[in-house]
Ligand binder design. Structure first.
Ligand SMILES: [Zn+2]
Length: 276
């Protein structure tokens, strides 16, 4: 793709992110590989909804500015880390979509086997540890998950997605926010039926059938080095729909009561007295 069409695509992705409320004010940043040694990137301190193609910066893979009137994004280090770790990635998108960011603030990863299209595309969406924005801590937090994931939440911050082109990366951001909204509604309704592990395996096989490239397979157990996409799916065949916490809720006569030590002692003493 030509440099001018990549500039136009960044403008369009920024416009969509702002229009959908994924960023407020000057939040968020977008970058794309121009060639083997150069990146095209959104500049620092501009609203992503009102950019023009001439605003973009060109940097090398160390983040040094090669061209542009403005300075590159304050999250340049995070983008550079992604490109270093993922030679297959052509574009990186970072935003603060409010529902997904709510999950990132609550410390709840989007890793349950719930929606087929999320499982086939992103697998799971983990949460990278909190790091101060724009510092070297952030690329370090992202490094842990980026080899096996195309999208992640950033604790108390936002979300990050990558792709084979700008729109592929952007659409993953849409998928994450959409999934977060659906997950929130299901949890508010009080139950979330999970797909079985067997069904997850079937969906994983569909990746091959549809030519969906994923950086790592889906797995059911957490692995220390985050080398696969950990998805929570109940074991067992047949049970494609398994009630979640609703099933675990105690019946009315089993509900928990709380007593102080003094109250408990009094009850026991009463019982002993009645035995005499
Ligand atoms: Zn941010």
């Amino acid at each position: 793709m030509s440099e001018s069409s990549l500039r136009a695509d960044i403008v369009e992705v920024g416009r969509r992110m702002y229009a959908r409320g994924y960023t407020a004010s000057n939040d968020g940043n977008i970058s794309v590989r121009l060639d083997a040694n150069r990146l095209l990137m959104t500049p620092k301190s501009v609203c992503k909804g009102f950019m023009t193609p001439d605003m973009m910066c060109i940097t090398d893979l160390e983040g040094r500015k090669l061209q542009g009137d403005r300075d590159p994004s304050s999250e340049t280090l995070m983008h550079l880390e992604v490109y270093r770790q993922r030679p297959d990635v052509q574009a990186v998108v970072h935003a603060h979509p409010p529902t997904a960011t709510g999950f990132a603030v609550a410390g709840i990863p989007l890793d349950r086997a719930v929606l087929a299209e999320v499982l086939t595309t992103l697998g799971s969406i983990p949460i990278a540890e909190y790091a101060t924005p724009s510092t070297r801590e952030l690329p370090e937090a992202v490094r842990h998950y980026i080899k096996a994931h195309d999208g992640m939440l950033l604790a108390n911050h936002g979300a990050l997605t990558v792709g084979a082109d700008l729109f592929a990366a952007y659409y993953k951001m849409e998928t994450i926010e959409h999934f977060a909204k659906i997950s929130l509604v299901a949890r508010m309704l009080g139950r979330e039926n999970l797909l079985s592990r067997e069904e997850v395996t079937r969906l994983q096989d569909l990746r091959g059938a549809y030519g969906i490239k994923a950086p790592a397979p889906i797995c059911a157990e957490t692995v220390e080095d985050a080398s696969c996409q950990v998805v929570q799916a109940p074991a067992g065949t047949g049970s494609r729909l398994v009630p979640d916490h609703v099933a675990a809720k105690p019946a009315d006569d089993e509900e928990e009561i709380r007593l102080t030590y003094r109250e408990l002692t009094a009850l026991i003493q009463d019982a002993i007295r009645s035995l005499r």
